[in-house]
Design a protein. Structure first.
Lengths: 117, 114
């Protein structure tokens, strides 16, 4: 149980286009989902905290107009990278915290590799 | 499929050593990471080890890797109350083209008692 999926697992897009990444909790409900970004051989960087039904909380230095987060239901959060540029190329990981039960645990998705040409 | 297993809880007394263990299934992992998550905060990279190493020491942290048994451990010497956190083992997926793609364990919650 407690599986988190991300779609797509990898995506290549042209500069200037927008890309949407989905994060789904498959067998549990999650009020809180986190979005991370990872550069090669570096630590994960928390981008934002997404709460169902409310606006996401962005970390300092993360442009909220560039990285749009929508948490429309208890099982789905989306991250849209708008007007993508090559410097946005990275590995994006989401995690979800169960609404009930194991509420101390973050369950991680497999990640999405974004390459912007 | 790929999997990472960790004990969920560990409790130690201040000043003792803590050892957090992790087993994984992907034998082709190139880098294996340890992350720390403090309450309410995001993940923080603690250390990592390259797969051709058996041991890496960084101040109070010692990482041991047994590739044959696919076992990774993190030892924290002289554990302090500030070390109380959740520790994640995260081997890198070894498939070609997947560099940076991590597999996370559920995390071990370390409680340090004064």
């Amino acid at each position: 149980g407690a599986v988190v999926s991300q779609h797509p697992s990898w995506v290549i897009c042209k500069s200037g286009t927008s890309v949407k990444i989905e994060c789904r909790s498959l067998d549990f409900q999650a009020t809180t989902m986190f979005w991370y970004r990872q550069f090669p051989k570096q630590s994960l960087m928390l981008m934002a905290t997404s709460n169902e039904g409310s606006k996401a909380t962005y970390e300092q230095g993360v442009e909220k107009d560039k990285f749009l987060i929508n948490h429309a239901s208890l099982t789905l959060s989306t991250l849209t990278v708008t007007s993508a540029h090559p410097e946005d190329s990275s590995f994006y990981i989401c995690s979800a915290v169960p609404l009930a039960g194991d509420t101390d645990t973050q369950y991680f998705g497999p990640g999405t590799r974004l390459t912007v040409l | 499929g790929e999997d990472v297993e960790q004990s969920l809880f560990l409790s130690v007394r201040e000043g003792d050593s803590s050892v957090i263990n992790c087993t994984y299934t992907d034998s082709s992992s190139t880098y294996l990471y340890w992350y720390k998550q403090e309450p309410g905060a995001g993940l923080q990279l603690l250390t990592y080890i390259f797969s051709n190493m058996d041991m890496k020491q960084d101040q109070r942290l010692t990482v041991l890797l047994n590739k044959k048994d696919k076992h990774l451990s993190l030892r924290i010497a002289d554990t302090q109350t500030g070390d109380s956190a959740i520790y994640f083992c995260a081997p890198e997926r070894g498939r070609e083209g997947s560099q940076g793609n991590l597999i996370f364990g559920k995390g071990t919650k370390l409680s340090v008692k004064p």
